[in-house]
Design a protein around this ligand. Structure first.
Ligand code: C2E
Ligand code: CA
Ligand code: CA
Length: 557
């Protein structure tokens, strides 16, 4: 089969009309019936970027489209091999080496690239185990349905399985997976075509019910679902019983998706806390009983003032040298009543309320101080990675504050690294791009966090000063069990290397995952196998120990 038989849309840019002709000939020699659309310039070609047109757009234009403005992969035809990889293009060809074989290989690469991009997009919004939407996919769905129904006639049911953890621990993860699939099959059987279902994570589900023609439907359905889910399950020849708690929240015309999710969640917790109760409908009185968002917010504000936050550090191991080369700073809150809180319990709230900005400066300042402390104990310099949320990046004071903090602490900025999530980077904000470039000038490096979960464009990526990609732990975690994830991780590593980026595999928990990542050429790893995030003094001991003997040797299966 020719590399061009399936529809493939891309842009080929050649430097002169003669070269364009050359390309045209070679493409003809590939024996494809695919339409080739020529345009004299990029501007003319872009007007032909009609989604209806399946074909190759050929143009000669020395000036390439600005980063992020071309939705299609671009291939450049150059006179000679470039010194550095050209920015913003998917691949390039050199005129002298151009042959039918080279062209075929290049088109195959682009096709793989496009396919991977599509797969990642799907995976980002889909739960791998059950094929239904995940939390991210559900948020997209919910926003669309609310605007379609103008906020009325929908009910959000938040469903949490009771005792699922016990079953999972007793019978193993595979049995747990089977159980989750059976739950989804039962839930789907109760829904109507216009309803939606999603897995929010672990053993939590969301159902979006359309109740416009029957407002009493939601409580009836909740009752029915609790009956259906409490029938015994058969897993690996064993019979299992689990229950569930459901919280219901009715949509309102004056409140959006977030309050609806929040309310359904509170109602679910209320249902769970009452003996014999299976579902609960949200009302304002319950809300008053719950710890409100505002209360938490003011507690967090106080925590910042009273120095109740802590940084723990998770080491990153280089697979080539077997030594620790970097640290990731992860914030914790030592709450007076509730003990040590993980970021998931307060970072989202801090982001919503804007408190993430002062919190973020505290984190950076503490991380810089601790870098100096470690250096003072004679330990080798390590890259210090700090997480930055999009909100922090929008703060106009980021650049001056950082420059000041770096100068005050006397730290060499080249050891400082910021982790940005893919979703933040892909928002394509001009301001973010400029701030990144300016910080890059200071020597600071960037890494792309949770890679694979918010994917949109390699082309855009290659226009930003990013040094590392961190493959999300959801891919790494499933790699030893799911061959399709293994292929995906391998492809991500290859693509990252094509873009001259280093790759960090996150969430490595066992020796099999480590061995696979090594086999695929991954550069660094991070995860519980090496160490959890630990307080500074514990880290110092860990590093001294690792200096005596490369750690990797001790992690062999
Ligand atoms: P992240 O940046 O993806 O951080 C990695 C998370 O994975 C950490 O959770 C870490 O403890 C956990 N982890 C590391 N290795 C393993 C493993 O082998 N298995 C498993 N299951 N998990 C592993 P943590 O500390 O709870 O942080 C959660 C998230 O909170 C972080 O995700 C990051 O997005 C956010 N966060 C943490 N500190 C900060 C901060 O200072 N500022 C901002 N803006 N966000 C932060
Ligand atoms: Ca991170
Ligand atoms: Ca991550």
């Amino acid at each position: 089969m020719s590399a061009l038989d399936d529809p493939l849309r891309l842009v080929l840019l050649a430097e002169t009309p003669e070269w364009l002709e050359l390309l045209r000939e070679q493409l003809g020699a590939l024996g494809s019936s695919f339409p080739l659309i020529s345009a004299p310039s990029w501007a003319a070609a872009s007007s032909l970027l009609d989604p209806q047109i399946n074909g190759l757009l050929l143009t000669t234009e020395a000036r390439r489209p600005a980063a992020g403005t071309c939705p299609l992969p671009i291939i450049l035809l150059l006179e000679k091999e470039p010194v550095e990889a050209p920015v913003g293009v998917c691949d390039w060809l050199v005129r002298d080496g151009l042959s039918v074989d080279v062209l075929r290989r290049c088109l195959r690469y682009v096709r793989e690239h496009v396919r991977l991009q599509d797969t990642l997009q799907c995976l980002a919004e889909q739960d791998a185990l059950t094929g239904i939407a995940n939390r991210q996919g559900f948020q997209t769905l919910l926003a669309a349905r609310l605007s379609e129904c103008r906020g009325s006639g929908l009910v959000l049911a938040h469903l949490d399985l009771d005792n699922f953890r016990h079953a999972n621990d007793a019978l193993g993860h595979q049995a747990g997976d089977q159980l989750i699939r059976q739950v989804v099959t039962r839930l789907k059987a109760q829904l109507q075509a216009k309803d939606q279902i999603a897995r929010l994570g672990g053993d939590e589900f969301a159902l979006l019910l359309d109740v416009r023609s029957d407002p009493q439907r939601a409580p009836r359905l909740a009752e029915r679902i609790t009956e259906v889910l409490s029938e015994p399950y058969w897993v690996d020849g064993e019979s299992l019983l689990i229950g569930c708690s459901i919280g219901l929240a009715y949509s309102r015309t004056d409140a959006g998706a977030d309050p609806l999710m929040w309310h359904a969640h509170i109602a679910m917790q209320q249902a769970k806390s009452q003996q014999g109760c299976t579902f609960h409908v949200f009302d304002e009185r319950i809300n008053r009983g719950a710890r409100s968002q505002a209360e938490l917010e003011s507690e967090l504000r106080r925590a910042l003032r009273r120095d109740e936050l802590e940084l723990h550090y998770q080491p990153r191991l280089c697979l080539q040298t077997g030594r620790i080369v970097g640290l990731e700073a992860l914030v914790r809150w030592r709450h007076r009543e509730r003990g040590l809180l993980a970021p998931i319990e307060f970072v989202p709230l801090a982001e919503e309320s804007g408190l993430i900005v002062p919190l973020g400066y505290w984190v950076i300042s503490r991380a810089l101080r601790d870098m100096q402390w470690l250096r003072g104990r004679g330990l080798p310099a390590l890259h210090m990675a700090v997480n930055l949320s999009f909100r922090q990046f929008q703060d106009s004071q980021l650049l001056p504050t950082l420059s000041r903090l770096i100068a005050e602490r006397g730290v060499d900025a080249r050891w400082l690294e910021f982790e940005l999530t893919e979703t933040a980077v892909m928002r394509r904000s001009e301001h973010v791009q400029q701030t990144m470039l300016a910080l890059g000038q200071l020597g600071v490096r960037f890494s792309l966090d949770d890679f694979g979960t918010g994917f949109s464009s390699f082309v855009h990526l290659s226009s930003l000063p990013i040094a590392l990609l961190k493959i999300d732990k959801s891919f790494v975690g499933d790699m030893d069990r799911r061959p399709e994830n293994r292929q995906l991780v391998r492809a991500m590593i290859n693509l990252a290397h094509n873009l001259n980026l280093q790759v960090v595999g996150e969430g490595v928990e066992n020796a099999e995952q480590l061995a696979l990542l090594r086999e695929f050429g991954c550069d660094q790893v991070q995860g519980y196998l090496i160490s959890k995030a630990i307080p500074l003094n514990e880290l110092a001991r860990f590093l001294v120990f690792g200096m005596r003997q490369p750690l990797l040797a001790q992690l062999k299966p």
